[in-house]
Design a protein around this ligand. Structure first.
Ligand code: GLN
Length: 471
């Protein structure tokens, strides 16, 4: 029997290469676990029917003494990343029957390594939300407490890793969608620097914020996946050549900035604050210097740009080229009916608000102003990172909430207070587990978030590993 609970990519690699178990054994063990749990947790929207075939191919590669970091490693993929020939729906009804016609670049890279794709995971429709409750296919439940949300939007991906239904997963992050569910589910989530991982084959939500990244059990595992999927891609003009980043020079003492004012304001859960202060102490004990810094609340700025880009990106779903088609007898009515029936509530809300902030007469007041603020914020970050190495915050202001508990959109948006900033600026950020809080006789995981300057993922891995060893 393979002990899935304690398995990491690192350990599985050793065992696979040593032939202690085969890729088929490993895939079968995961399939059994999925069979046992997925009905309850609704974390996978689909488990692929060719998993064992993929694993067999991996075993053949292993038999030929080939070795790649992810050869034979069972991964889950968020339902917004294209795998040729497989269904992909962004958890939307509008793409109910859509089958991908090409591979995302990250998938091509992983396939080359012989990774095994188990299935596609649940999410908020078009990656809009913070809880996975906006999926057209039902909510995913948190493996630590099935009455609570797993966070979002990559909630399915975080839940399968936490619930031992995959060894690791891919998510996407536009304003926290990798980090927030990772913290709610007690796993590690990395949002890479904007452009460091190709977006080709990732369905666009907010093109200037979106990035694909790993959700894993350890920081080391996140690094392993990141190293495979990163790099320049001719198919994504915003992707960045890896050689641009030479790695962060070694230093005896790293400085961590903490925006205390932002963290001490009302609305941040007291247990989250306590846990966070504890984490800061641990980092000080590890030899990090902690300094007070100022960071603005960027939610308004984030949501204006989010709405604007979402409204333009989702204009392509018209019932003619993709997904479902509703017949309204003329073209305009076709569009209206298809979009009325195909999109969920939150998606419609953002399309409406986005159209508004981009419309003549309002553009300058909202979208134009937000873009200017974004440039100013980038400059502020550049200055900050000339003095400090890392920024530390809680990942979420509150622990996982009860399914259905948050009914108004604004309270949902507020949860993103600590995560959106990294996307606006484009810097990398990682969420690592920081322990548990007892709530209603359940232990709920919490996470802390580190941000570093553009391209300094290596620094996030360094501090993540150091911190992990202390928790
Ligand atoms: N919660 C944020 C939003 O609703 C972020 C979502 C994401 O990162 N995809 O926009």
């Amino acid at each position: 029997m393979i002990d899935l609970k304690n398995l990491t990519i690192e350990k599985a690699r050793t065992s696979l290469d040593a032939k202690e178990f085969s890729a088929v054994d490993l895939a079968k063990t995961y399939l059994m676990e999925i069979e046992k749990k997925n009905k309850e947790f609704n974390a996978y929207l689909e488990v692929y029917d060719d998993v064992l075939e993929q694993a067999k191919t991996a075993d053949e590669m292993i038999a030929k003494e080939e070795s790649y970091p992810l050869l034979g490693i069972p991964l889950a993929v968020k339902d917004v990343i294209l795998i040729k020939g497989k269904h992909v729906s962004a958890a939307s009804k509008i793409l109910e029957n859509y089958i991908a016609t090409y591979n995302a670049t990250v998938i091509t890279k992983l396939k080359k390594q012989g990774a095994v794709f188990l299935g596609r995971t649940n999410m908020d429709e078009f990656a809009l939300g913070s809880s996975t409750e906006n999926s057209a296919y039902g909510v995913t439940k948190n493996p630590h407490d099935n009455s609570r949300v797993p966070g979002g939007t990559s909630g399915g991906s975080a839940a399968v890793v936490a619930g031992d239904m995959a060894l690791a997963a891919l998510g996407s992050d536009t304003g926290g969608s990798i980090r927030l569910p990772s913290s709610f589910c007690g796993v590690v989530g990395l949002k890479p620097t904007y452009g460091r991982v190709s977006r080709y084959g990732l369905m666009a939500a907010v093109s200037s914020f979106d990035v694909i990244g790993p959700i894993t059990k350890t920081t080391k595992d996140a690094q392993i996946i990141f190293d495979v999927i990163k790099g320049n891609d001719i198919l994504d003009s915003t992707s960045i050549a890896d050689k641009k980043y030479l790695g962060t020079p070694k230093k005896d003492k790293r400085v961590i900035g903490v925006p205390w004012e932002l963290i001490n304001q009302e609305g941040i859960n007291l247990k989250v604050k306590e846990n966070f202060k504890d984490a800061v102490k641990k980092l000080e004990n590890l030899g990090y210097e902690v300094r007070d810094i100022k960071l603005p609340n960027c939610l308004a700025l984030y949501y204006i740009i989010n709405f604007a880009e979402v409204s333009t990106n989702l204009a392509r779903f018209d019932g003619v080229r993709y997904g479902i088609h509703k017949d309204g007898q003329n073209l305009l009515k076709d569009y209206l009916l298809t979009r009325r029936d195909g999109f969920g509530k939150e998606t419609k809300r953002r399309i409406l608000l986005g159209t508004y902030v981009l419309s003549a007469g309002y553009y300058d007041a909202y979208y134009g102003k937000a873009q200017k603020a974004r440039i100013a914020l980038r400059k502020e970050f550049q200055e900050l990172f000339s003095e400090i190495d890392l920024i530390l915050t809680p990942t979420s202001p509150i622990p996982a909430w009860k399914i259905g508990e948050k009914s108004d959109p604004l309270s949902m948006y507020l949860v993103d207070i600590f995560t959106v900033t990294a996307n606006i600026v484009g810097v990398p950020a990682i969420s690592v587990p920081s322990g548990f809080v007892a709530i209603e006789d359940k232990n709920l995981p919490l996470g802390i978030q580190f941000m570093a300057s553009h391209g300094a993922e290596d620094l996030l891995f360094e501090v993540g590993k150091n911190f992990e060893a202390m928790v």
